[in-house]
Design a protein around this ligand. Structure first.
Ligand SMILES: [Zn+2]
Length: 223
């Protein structure tokens, strides 16, 4: 790969990893960020046991979808299979972010899905946040279950684990991962307060059109 292109992909992974760490979505060694290489079955990703505090471009791992490592040095997290499953299923996805963000993980343990609480959930995520069936980390099953739960949307909760988000680019995927955690906090809080009011069903189609134009990563057509 051309060195400038290589540097650009590495920078994008770092740019995706810093905000999820700074916003408390991951701690040392948790979660991962990847960026797809255009027109190739390859991607760049965070390494195994990532220290987000010191993480920089030289720590980024370059891999093929089949698991062959193309960069020297640090290995990728075994969770790379989750990322590959999403890239293979969705050609529009250019970034995948997996976190163990606390409130969303709490709901994944309680096995609670998040209904549409704010209109922005439809605009940026595609609708409610569903829960993927349990699968062990590092297995192909985890990716399969995640895709099933995502449906036409860009995110899901992973039972007893955390969340996964995908998007057309790094910025949109960061936004999705942050929004999942914010909605999880609001949902937990509203449940504790004793009432959850969801956005009326009749409001959803308009915002779903925005999603199709702005953020959708499936072949959803504009109607
Ligand atoms: Zn994980």
């Amino acid at each position: 790969m051309d060195p400038a292109e290589d540097a650009n992909y590495r920078r994008q992974v770092v740019d995706g990893a810093k905000p999820i760490y700074e916003n408390g979505l991951v701690q040392f060694g948790e979660g991962n960020v990847s960026v797809r290489v255009k027109k190739a079955d390859e991607f760049f990703t965070t390494p195994s046991q990532n220290d987000y505090e010191t993480f920089n471009v030289e720590d980024v791992v370059y891999m093929k979808f089949d698991g062959t490592q193309l960069s020297k040095g640090r290995p990728a997290s075994s969770e790379y299979r989750l990322h590959v499953a999403i890239y293979q299923a969705r050609s529009k996805v250019n970034c995948v972010i997996h976190t163990h963000s606390p409130y969303a993980s709490m709901l994944s343990v309680a096995k609670m899905e998040i209904p549409v609480l704010f209109e922005e959930m439809v605009i940026f995520l595609g609708g409610p946040i569903r829960l993927a069936k349990y699968a062990q980390s590092g297995t192909d099953e985890l990716g399969k279950n995640a895709l099933e739960a995502m449906g036409e949307g860009n995110v899901c909760l992973l039972t007893n684990h955390g969340i996964v988000a995908c998007g057309r680019d790094v910025q949109k995927t960061i936004k999705a991962a942050l929004l999942v955690e914010k909605m999880a906090q609001i949902y937990v809080g509203a449940n504790l307060l004793g009432h959850v009011e969801v956005v009326p069903e009749a409001s959803l189609p308009k915002f779903l059109e925005y999603f199709k134009g702005l953020s959708s990563t499936t072949s959803l057509k504009k109607t």
